[in-house]
Design a protein around this ligand. Structure first.
Ligand SMILES: O=C(CO)COP(=O)(O)O
Length: 253
């Protein structure tokens, strides 16, 4: 954790969830809301089809709802795309941009990710900008260079600690049950902090840097205790309320 920074525990449901899953959202709200003064903020990023209903379920809760991607433009002839304004209209307060699955599945470049972050801000959303190396990049000793260049290209100049969150998600740790060593997480988060602080000064010092990749109830507390890890971006384990709530318990524990 970073002193003075409010941690964020965020879920990413990816391409999962239908109306039948709204009960999980209800259970997350119930689990969070009986606690006074939680030490962290809590967010679930959902498929666009669920955002409005989930935002309604969470309306009186400390749980916030986000999207998983947005188009850079506000509107237009872009069949199948969703703008940041549409996400905000549906009740989202944040959106993930540049997730590795989108960088891979949709050939998203750093420049496009930066445009999506700007679109998020234009709509009043905070942008969760994802970075992370592949297994080959780590094994060839290039992880730090890859993450540095993703940050340089994907984070626009107008970033501040309130409108942006950085998520470090090593591609090889996503959905695999593999997690980097504590030393490796610490080293990468220290590098990200240094890069952000050199470029953005106090905004970089205060920006939240989340770890993502096989975060589970069993490892969350240990991961969240690492310096410059200001919470997590949780995939599979965010689909079940009990697991997600158990991960939240790892903050400040
Ligand atoms: O990609 C992730 C979150 O964005 C991480 O997914 P898992 O937690 O399922 O590894």
């Amino acid at each position: 954790m970073t002193p003075g920074v409010t941690p964020l525990v965020a879920g990413n449901w990816k391409m999962n969830g239908t109306a039948a899953s709204l009960g999980e959202i209800r259970d997350v709200c119930a689990g969070l809301d009986h606690k006074d003064a939680l030490p962290h903020e809590t967010l679930l990023c959902l498929p666009a089809t669920l955002i409005e209903r989930a935002a309604s379920v969470a309306a009186d809760s400390v749980l916030s709802i986000g999207g998983e991607d947005c188009h850079p433009l506000e509107s237009g002839a872009h069949t199948g795309d969703i703008s940041a304004e549409m996400l905000a209209d549906a009740g989202a307060t944040a959106v993930i941009v540049g997730h590795s699955e989108r960088r891979t599945d949709h050939s998203e470049t750093n420049a496009l990710v930066a445009d999506k972050a700007k679109a998020a801000w234009r709509a009043g959303l905070s942008a969760i900008v994802c970075v992370g190396e592949t297994r080959e990049e780590r094994e060839s000793g290039n992880a730090e260079n890859v993450v540095a260049s993703q940050l340089a290209g994907s984070v626009p100049d107008a970033m501040n600690a309130a409108n942006t969150v950085i998520a470090y998600e090593p591609v090889w740790a996503i959905g695999t049950g593999l997690v980097p060593s504590g030393d490796d997480i610490e080293a990468m988060h220290a590098l990200i902090r240094r890069i952000m602080t050199e470029r953005f000064g106090s905004e970089g010092e205060g920006v939240r840097i989340l770890y993502g990749g096989s975060v589970k109830p069993a490892n969350a507390k240990e991961i969240f205790s690492i310096a410059n890890v200001d919470g997590g971006l949780v995939g599979g384990a965010s689909l079940k309320a009990s697991d997600f709530l158990a991960i939240c318990e790892g903050v400040g524990a």
